[in-house]
Write a protein that binds this ligand. Structure first.
Ligand SMILES: [Zn+2]
Length: 281
């Protein structure tokens, strides 16, 4: 089917009290395994580009490839620009075909975050594009304080105010997760999530998905998370699968055999991971 609006995918996840999984991708093997993995598992999926990765595949090519592959499968596929704090870059991504973007002003003080995010929403509306904001900074897993200090978690009243003023379509929140590899097992604050979910009307997003125990994720999906971002784990597998191939086949027959091997591994991973979401499409 044609590319689906991210807002529709999130609304459907919300209806099922579950979450869609959004994967960062960077080239044909990662994009196609995310889409075909979702197709095999009969689950919706969102494919995201992290701006720093545009050196491996430029914005326009990335958007075209996701659109092209989305048309070949039956499951809904969304296209999204991950973390971006650069207004001009976001506008350019929209021009290149991205139908959903993240305006990340989470490093800014509240008022400036509101101002930046509102300016992106205003521009995005002209093109009917969805905007994800972030409030309460989701830091790095290598820095334990980033995900264990509750004072840095998103406050429900701030989330309500932020959503109301900016008009974002979804909101990434800080409830104890972090980006990259965790130093210690994270413990999500489901209580805080419930409070934020009660205070707001929009889908909530959980970042830092590589390493959160599955039972915590299941709870988070039930209590208001409708989009769950995964990057690190997927990219790491991209590398370790290639290493594994060359260990098993020190002298491969062709220079291309490893690509199929890696892609198979990536697709198997997606098929398994995406089963965390509880509804079929
Ligand atoms: Zn993130």
């Amino acid at each position: 089917m044609a590319l689906e609006k991210v807002r529709n995918i999130l609304a459907d996840a919300d209806k099922h009290q579950s979450s869609v999984i959004a994967f960062d991708a960077m080239d044909y093997p990662t994009i196609s395994s995310a889409i075909y993995g979702a197709e095999a598992a009969r689950r919706p999926v969102i494919v995201m580009l992290y701006p720093a990765m545009d050196r491996y595949m430029p914005l326009e090519a990335f958007a075209s490839m996701v659109k092209n592959l989305a048309a070949k499968v039956r499951v809904p596929v969304g296209l999204h620009l991950d973390h971006c704090s650069d207004y001009d870059y976001i506008v350019n991504a929209i021009k290149c075909g991205f139908t959903s973007v993240m305006a990340d002003g989470s490093m800014l003080p509240f008022d400036q975050n509101v101002e930046f995010t509102s300016s992106v929403v205003k521009a995005a509306r002209i093109f009917d594009v969805d905007v994800e904001g972030e409030l309460g900074h989701v830091g790095r897993g290598t820095n334990t304080d980033d995900y264990t200090v509750e004072e840095s978690y998103t406050r429900p009243e701030d989330a309500a105010k932020f959503a109301d003023i900016t008009g974002v379509a979804s909101l990434a929140i800080a409830i104890g997760s972090a980006h990259g590899v965790y130093k210690s097992t994270p413990k999500l604050s489901i209580e805080r999530l419930e409070e934020i979910n009660k205070a707001t009307d929009i889908p909530l997003v959980l970042h830092g998905g590589s390493g959160i125990p599955h039972d915590q994720l299941a709870q988070a999906f039930k209590k208001g998370i409708n989009k769950f971002n995964v990057g690190t784990e997927f990219f790491k597998l991209n590398q370790t699968a290639a290493d594994e191939f060359f260990k098993l086949n020190p002298e491969p027959e062709t220079s291309f055999d490893h690509i199929d091997y890696v892609q198979r591994k990536l697709q198997d991973y997606i098929e398994q991971k995406i089963l965390l979401t509880t509804y079929e499409v």
